[in-house]
Write a protein that binds this ligand. Sequence first.
Ligand SMILES: [Zn+2]
Length: 280
Amino acid sequence: MSATPARRILAVVTLLALLVLSACTAGPALHVRRIATDQPAPAASPAAPSTSPSPTTKPAPGSLDWYVSQVPTFPEAPPPQPVSLPATGAAQFWHRLPTDQKVAFITIDDGGLARPPEVADFIWRAHIPVTMFLNSPAAEEHDVYFRQIMVAGGVVENHTITHTSLAGWSYDRQRHEICGAADKLEALFGKRPTLFRPPFGEHDATTLRAAHDCGAKAVFHWTETVHEGKVRYQTPEKVIQPGDVLLMHFRPALMDDLLAALKAIHRAGLTPALLEDYVR
Ligand SMILES: [Zn+2]
């Protein structure tokens, strides 16, 4: 459920540099491949909270400490078995990743509407693996925010420039939306996106060709949406299945959405994992 070792090392090195720069005295704890609730925050947080809560030091509901305290303890994530990708001229399209491994995936879209300030700390402290499908103008305008989530282990992927439905457009127009965003995100964050999510999930065969030609290995829809702390199932099972992809957005209730997603994944007996560990 964590990032790949190389990415994690890069994140920790970057974090150490940030911590030195901010003269913070609390160093980062070693990341383990398990959701835990006793790690210090990555950013300059005020006085580190007690790591051994007692009845008298219960965190205030709605505080960052409270969110962290509500995260369930997950089974250890299995070593990822990446799915095989067919060698065609089109990116693979999935609602649900085809895997039997007991994992599910959290994805957060857009980026322009709202960016709750404690999300990066929450993701860091609770070790939440997230994939961010960003519109490139929002990524550019708020790059510091998204970089903080990257330091916490998140990965940035492609969600077009203008967030308009691509279905039915010519190849050149679709390619412009997808490659243009990929170019910008690569320039901003140093990694070219390898996954693509079409706005509104709307796509056609041309989208999959253009996405492939812009560097995407796979195009993802979703199986559940999460909004204002509620998970809405779009599959008949009404429970998270292995390989499910949960969609939420950078909206004001993102902290609640992350927590709701984690609880739903936990209820299903699964562990959150990083999509990029499964699509390589
Ligand atoms: Zn979107």
